[in-house]
Structure formats: C-alpha cells, structure tokens
Design a protein around this ligand. Sequence first.
Ligand code: 5GP
Length: 190
Amino acid sequence: MKLLEDKIKNEGRVIGTEVLKVDNFLNHQVDPALMAAMGEEFARLFENDNIDKVLTVESSGIAPAVFTALALHVPMVFARKKKSLTLVDDNYTADVYSFTKQETNHIIVDKRFISAGERILLIDDFLANGQAVEGMLQIADAAGAEVVGVGIVIEKTFQKGRAILDEKGIRVESLARIAAFEDGQVIFVN
Ligand code: 5GP
C-alpha cells in the first residue's frame, strides 16, 4: 500500500537491524486517516470471506482493527494483556512472547466475545516472529472459531513469522512488506 510505504519512509525510524519505530502514526500517536484507509484495504482484501468478527491484541492492533471492523460492518474484539493469570475459567488464554519488549504476556479473551463457528479475521500492527498471531490462533482454536486470514500492517519478511503461518496454510495479507533495514533505511520487498 503506497500511502503506508510513503509514511514509513518519511516518518519511520529504524532501530538497529530489526526494529522499526512508527510511534508517530501507529504505536503512540495515531493517524486516523491512514487507519481508515488501511481498514478499507483490509476490508477489500477479505470482502468475500464472510468475516463475523475481527480479533486483535491490545494496544497497537486496536486502531487498524477497529477501522477494518467498521469497513466490514462486524464487531472487533481485542485480546487483553495480563501479567499474571487469575480467574481463567471465563477466558480463553495464550502466552505471547514479545520480541520487542523481551517479556511474556498472557493474552486473554472473555469467552462471551468469541464463539464456536465464527469466522475470524486476525489483525495486527507488525508481523515479526509470529508470536502474537500464534497466541490469537490458539484462542480462536480453543473457542472453536475459524481463522479465515490474517491482516498485517507491517510485515518484516526477514523474521520467521510469515514462514510459520505459511506452513500452517494460513492466508496472510500485509499492507507493507519489509525485506531489510540497511544503513538506517527501509528496504521494501520488490
Ligand atoms: P511477533 O509476535 O510477530 O514476534 O511480533 C509482533 C508484535 O511485536 C507486534 O504486535 C508489535 O507490537 C511488536 N513488534 C514486532 N516487531 C516490531 C517492530 O519492528 N516495531 C514495533 N514498533 N513493534 C514491533
């Protein structure tokens, strides 16, 4: 998506060889017009898939997920992050190791908000090693819901997340695909 790639080129900051900071339009300050455009694009990509619900993880997935859900006319649910687990009975849970924060979070979704047979679209801000998406897959699986696909805002193709999802046969659509970071510059795929 050209609009997003331009935004990354102009406002993203490369940290080392693996991390991109986009806190001026996605991860802290949010550009609503860009989020709306991305929501429309995800909705277009999955328009024939009879999505019942959009699922993401707090907090950075929420902005793109809510605009996607708006465009698809379905609800959006975000998994909440917890340091420790209490009262697990009412919730589906999964462990997610965060590559950027180097810590494990439990993610939880109340059983009332995801049901057997629902067709789910997962949305997240980044795809790196695939841990966040794997956690959401576990939750959908536990609920008996079907994950129809995954929409990613920024995919880093040099980390292992995409390969893990390809191996599982899961459809992944990314709006920007990054091949590498070189000398502080973002190199996009193609
Ligand atoms: P994964 O679970 O695929 O390893 O990583 C996905 C999560 O880690 C994303 O939800 C995002 O919050 C965070 N993340 C991974 N790589 C980056 C990055 O390069 N920049 C930022 N800002 N967050 C990242």
